[in-house]
Design a protein around this ligand. Sequence first.
Ligand SMILES: [Zn+2]
Length: 98
Amino acid sequence: MGKHTERRHKLRAQVLEKYGNRCATCGFAVKRALEVDHIQGGGKSDRRQRHQDRTTWLREALKDNSKYQLLCANCNRIKQFENKEWEAQKQFEMQLLS
Ligand SMILES: [Zn+2]
C-alpha cells in the first residue's frame, strides 16, 4: 500500500468515526460497507470533482458534517436508484409539456 493510499484510509477512518461508524438510514455498522454520501447528491460538476480527488472530498466531509452522511452500500444504491427514478419522472413530465 502506498503512502498516499495509507493516508486516505486513515482519513476515511476519521470520517467514519465522526459520523458515528454507522449508516444514517438503517444503522448498519460494518465499516467496510459504509460510504460517505453527499446529502444533496451534489451537482454534476461536484460529482466529477469528487472523483478527481477523494482525499479533498474526505477532508471536506471531516470539516463539515452538514453536507455529508454515512450510508451503507445498500442504502446508497437505493438512494441513487430513487434519484434516477425522480430524474426520469421529471424528464417524462417535461416531454408532456413540450
Ligand atoms: Zn443502510
